[in-house]
Design a protein around this ligand. Structure first.
Ligand SMILES: Nc1nc2c(ncn2[C@@H]2O[C@H](COP(=O)(O)OP(=O)(O)O)[C@@H](O)[C@H]2O)c(=O)[nH]1
Ligand SMILES: [Mg+2]
Length: 192
């Protein structure tokens, strides 16, 4: 979190994290579409439409006195680019973790989650995290409680879990809003 007193701007960094193909880019696109900002989202994609380094976009909210600027990133889930992921996580204020809810993906989800723990160690428990169980429209899903048990859910100070369908925009705004409430418990956003 950065405070720019001369411009009265608070800068917040949010990262969408999770295994490859879990729906990070789709979630970000859907979020930016919600705010009518889809054309401002930058995705660096390979020719097959997969995220190369990261997606990046900015959302601004004007308060009475202060402006809040969200810098929003998604880390690539592809192993080939694993070395770029820690850089994306530096200085993060909140993580939105996109789980691929298909029960065939449990290993990938946990591996990605453990990467976060490897990077932050016990500091991870202090970072606000929203867990999105994405692809909730599909059959054969993981069980919510089982996943929570695997990740030491109870150790987190600010954690929430929500089911999402990024392709239909379901749960996308709510997950972002819940993150805002963690970071700024005292403010609410009004969408015109
Ligand atoms: N059925 C279903 N498919 C999804 C959902 N979210 C994303 N996908 C699909 O999953 C694939 C990977 O999504 P993408 O956003 O590129 O994943 P990323 O690698 O995490 O950025 C794409 O084919 C998406 O259309 C969802 O909620 N339901
Ligand atoms: Mg992507």
């Amino acid at each position: 979190m950065l405070f720019d007193y001369s411009n009265k701007t608070i800068q917040i960094k949010i990262v969408y994290y999770g295994p490859a193909m879990s729906g990070k880019t789709t979630s970000l696109k859907s979020l930016f579409k919600y705010f009518g900002k889809q054309e401002t989202l930058k995705s660096i994609e390979s020719t097959t439409g997969r995220t190369l380094f990261f997606d990046f976009g900015v959302l601004n909210f004007q308060g009475y006195e202060w402006n809040i600027k969200f810098l929003i990133y998604s880390a690539t889930g592809q192993d080939f680019y694993a070395s770029t992921r820690p850089a994306t996580l530096i200085g993060v204020d909140g993580i939105i973790f996109i789980v691929d809810s298909q029960n065939t993906c449990i290993k990938q989800n946990l591996r990605s989650w453990n990467e976060l723990y490897t990077f932050f160690s016990n500091k991870l428990y202090e970072i606000p995290i929203i867990i999105c169980l994405n692809k909730w429209d599909l059959d054969n899903k993981i069980k919510k409680l089982e996943f929570l048990n695997e990740i030491n859910y109870t150790l987190f100070e600010k954690v929430d879990i929500i089911t999402t369908i990024a392709t239909d925009g379901i749960g996308i705004f709510d997950s972002f809003k819940n993150m805002l409430n963690f970071i700024f418990p005292q403010i609410s956003i009004q969408i015109n």
